[in-house]
Design a binder for this molecule. Sequence first.
Ligand code: BES
Ligand code: MN
Ligand code: ZN
Length: 503
Amino acid sequence: MIKLSAKDPVRFTGDMLVYFLAETGKKSVPCREKAVCMAVKTAWKSGDFSGKSGQSYWFYPSSAKQFSASRVLVVGLGKNKDSEADCCEQLRLAAGTAVAVAAKLNVKTLMAVLPEKNQIAPSAIASSITEGLLLGNYVFDKYKTLQKNQDCTNEFPSEFFLHDGGLTHLQVRRGMNYGRRAALAACKARDMANEPGNSWTPAKFAEYGRELADKYALKCKVLNRQAMVKLGMGGILGVNQGSALPPKLVILHYLGNKKWPTLMLVGKGLTFDSGGISLKPATGMEDMKYDMCGGAAVFGAMQVIGSERPKGINVVALVPATENLSGAAAIKPGDIITHYGGTTSEVINTDAEGRLILADALAYGIDRYKPDAVVDLATLTGAVIVGLGHHRTGLMATDDKLASRLMQAGELAGEPLWRLPLGPEYSKQIESKVADIRNIGGKGGGTITAACYLQEFVGDTPWAHLDIAGTAWDFTEKSYVPKGPSGIAVRTLVNLVRNWKIS
Ligand code: BES
Ligand code: MN
Ligand code: ZN
């Protein structure tokens, strides 16, 4: 779907040829291709194009001699940026803009010419442009029965070509492959989230986990209800009580070398959250099919890890999966459950269910795999949206090194995080009169008290928690992030693992 091409861009015979130009503030916008320079000059004079981010401009070549492509598109990058993360984001955004224009024009084949070297490495330029193109090209239309073209405005390109634009070819190839793997995994995470609750069930998580394991040579283990009863996983079982579908705990394991440190990932796989007996309001409840985005992110990351087989780190991923419904046997407010490992919990609100299933997965995973670091991801609290809006993921951690690694990984992915505190004053809010803890923290600091609940189950293992409730869907509007699920955190986790040894 995306290929590196050595063909002279001028002789590219597809539907659209794309150039990326920076905003210089000077009288003209520099470009390698003279004919583009000339064309842009006219647009610049009219004030239509100065290379600003979000701007684009296309023209039809005066002759096939000038360009063999049907159209030439010029996309603004904005002013040169200082940090690597900002440079990458600028490229992703511009590539996303290019795809949006292409889709409107029914472009099928597109060649993107990489912009000239700025501060960042050619591989980073290539991976960012690739990500922007493939993430921006995402559409979920599998349930639309209309014939294509009949009433469909989203006719996206199907074939992309990258041209190195004079940058080192080998590095560009490497970057393109990095970007493609990460972007396609994020698109897969979006697919899982877009699937409705009656299709993406706990059993589906298990089935897809096995599929990933087969394809990418990972180990896969699925714990079913019986195994959970034996192990005493009262959290997952409790949440599952009101559902007709059995719960699953899906475990994927990339074991490179026993001597390497192990990173454990845990993702919330709540395939539909009605709130249970503490029922949610009807308006907007359909969005709660997205309550499995933590699990989707973890699966997306494992897809990349399985195919890249990084050296120096092992990764084990756990996805506890169930629905939260209000069937006759559903867990009730006031019920007391016993988690894996023996901690008892008073369930005050059945809608605070994410922490219940994560607690078992964290405690069991740490016990069983003895990881050196743990990262969990969950659409855990509405409160994180109150605090950070839809622009940053909430980060809470017991380990500064792990927190800063995640901050960097997120920044570089264009998925910024913001750290919130933990502490005994917050943990006090989840004390119970009748059990060890209770599952809600009362007024104030809802995102933090949810994390405090999880903290009870990680012991001394360095741990970080990502609350992605604000960013997993309705994420900051960007050219390469469509409405709906964003695929958040897949690329953050991939960066975390790729850069584990370096940082
Ligand atoms: N899945 C929700 C969190 C959520 C809410 C995600 C809105 C995205 C948008 C979670 O299970 C939940 O219901 N949390 C409750 C906790 C409360 C009962 C303490 C919440 O945030 O309201
Ligand atoms: Mn809930
Ligand atoms: Zn939930």
